[in-house]
Design a protein around this ligand. Structure first.
Ligand SMILES: [Zn+2]
Length: 439
């Protein structure tokens, strides 16, 4: 008999879906009222759209409200410094900001009140618990602490009662030395870094069984953690279980994560309302189909987000999970809208190519997608490394991969096979797409 409870928050985690919807509706009304009464930006844009908080009678009515995105957050912060006019509280109530820079390089802040921060850490603890972390674990937090919202997640692990090692983003030799000396059972990195670190440890002659005691690896930030082929490779390398998490700096360090059944990411439905829409039309897409995730925070006080377009392409299920939790589950993030390539009119996600490359044991698993332009037509070439045991002519192997890519993508990419070790290894987020097209 396990001496620990199965759930961190049994009432919320096993709440019947209808009851959860009623709970969300109540919180959503409060959030919209807070936004309308306290944020000049929300009041103005709600008025322009001709909607008021009292127009919300059901969760579906959220569609009447205008969407925002990262660009809005950045612009409002510049127009109304320092934190933008989506903020609903005086600065004296703000206790923490995370800062993310994003692709345009202008850092934007995500402010938290004390209760926002407490909610954040309680949810992180819930996720850690669902992935099987217990007070008997040692947790090595290997995410960046500098301004990054993932840094404070370590406090959630301390709430669980695990022994926490605040490593942060440090060189791999130092991290491996920590793994060897203190033998953490759980760590958290990106999937490409977990892979890189495992390969590095193997090359340096570490004995994974004797030198380490790693049982669980949490990953976030790239699609790999939900691609079964990638997950299995990293799990085999470390002899540990991999759990995919999803985070968004503008809300929480992690907003969803895998339970021990590893079948989708349980969503924080009591904190965040999820919509999945067609990015072109804004129409809702049915359960199981891919669309852009649009999020509304339900409890945040400092800077509530109403209908925030994440740019992340996801699909979800509301089928009950064998673990007994009732929340909506993401099937992982299939890609980013801005990572999505349109080749001959077909949407191509790098994660689909990763699926083909990672399941083939004649390849090392490293790959890169090069996009070129020939006579105004986009062409893609998948560069992948053949495994060391492959010698001689690789034409047939290339043809096999080309056929598999074609059956998943609907278009036929060129395949270029390289020697093992020829592609650059990622130490943080892997750059998988090299777009050589003229803009
Ligand atoms: Zn579950």
């Amino acid at each position: 008999m396990n001496k620990y409870k199965p759930y961190w928050d049994p009432e919320i985690e096993t709440m019947p879906r209808e009851k959860m919807k009623a709970f969300q509706l109540d919180l959503l009304k409060q959030t919209l009222e807070l936004c309308y009464n306290k944020s000049p930006y929300y009041r103005r844009t709600f008025d322009e759209a001709g909607v008021k908080p009292e127009d919300l009678k059901s969760l579906e009515d959220i569609k009447k409200f205008p969407v925002i995105d990262k660009k809005v957050l950045r612009e409002r912060q510049q127009e109304a410094p320092d934190f933008g006019d989506l903020v609903c509280v005086p600065e004296e109530e703000i206790v923490y900001i995370s800062v993310s820079s994003g692709s345009t390089g202008v850092p934007t802040a995500s402010p938290f009140t004390a209760s926002d921060f407490e909610d954040f850490q309680d949810f992180e603890a819930r996720l850690f618990w669902s992935s099987g972390m217990r007070p008997t674990d040692r947790y090595c937090h290997a995410l960046n602490f500098t301004l990054f919202v993932g840094g404070p997640d370590v406090i959630g692990a301390q709430k669980v009662g695990a022994l926490c090692i605040w490593a942060g983003a440090i060189p791999s030799e130092r991290l491996l030395a920590i793994f060897k000396q203190w033998k953490p059972t759980v760590t958290w990195t990106t999937p490409s870094y977990a892979w890189y670190l495992g390969e590095t440890a193997r090359l340096q002659g570490f004995d994974f069984e004797k030198d380490f005691n790693l049982k669980k690896i949490l990953v976030a930030g790239e699609p790999g953690g939900s691609i079964p082929e990638t997950r299995e490779q990293i799990e085999a390398l470390w002899g540990a279980d991999l759990y995919d998490y999803y985070g968004l700096s503008d809300i929480f360090g992690a907003c969803a994560g895998m339970c021990e059944k590893k079948d989708g990411l349980h969503w924080a439905e009591d904190h965040i309302l999820v919509e999945v829409v067609n990015p072109d039309t804004g129409e809702e897409v049915p359960e199981g189909q891919r669309g852009e995730m649009v999020l509304t925070s339900l409890k945040k006080k400092a800077r509530p987000l109403v209908r925030f377009r994440t740019g992340d392409i996801v699909s979800y299920t509301t089928e009950p999970c064998p673990c007994g939790r009732t929340s909506l589950r993401l099937h992982g993030v299939h890609g980013r809208l801005d990572d999505m390539l349109i080749i001959s009119g077909v949407n191509v996600f790098p994660s689909d190519i990763e699926t083909v490359v990672r399941k083939n044991s004649d390849l090392t698993g490293e790959y890169r997608i090069v996009v070129t332009e020939e006579m105004h037509l986009a062409k893609i070439t998948v560069e992948a490394e053949h495994a060391p045991h492959i010698t001689g002519d690789t034409t047939r192997l290339a043809q096999k991969i080309q056929k598999e890519c074609q059956s998943i993508l609907g278009i036929r990419p060129n395949i270029k096979l390289l020697e093992p070790g020829a592609l650059p290894r990622a130490t943080h987020k892997a750059q998988r797409v090299l777009d050589m097209r003229k803009r």
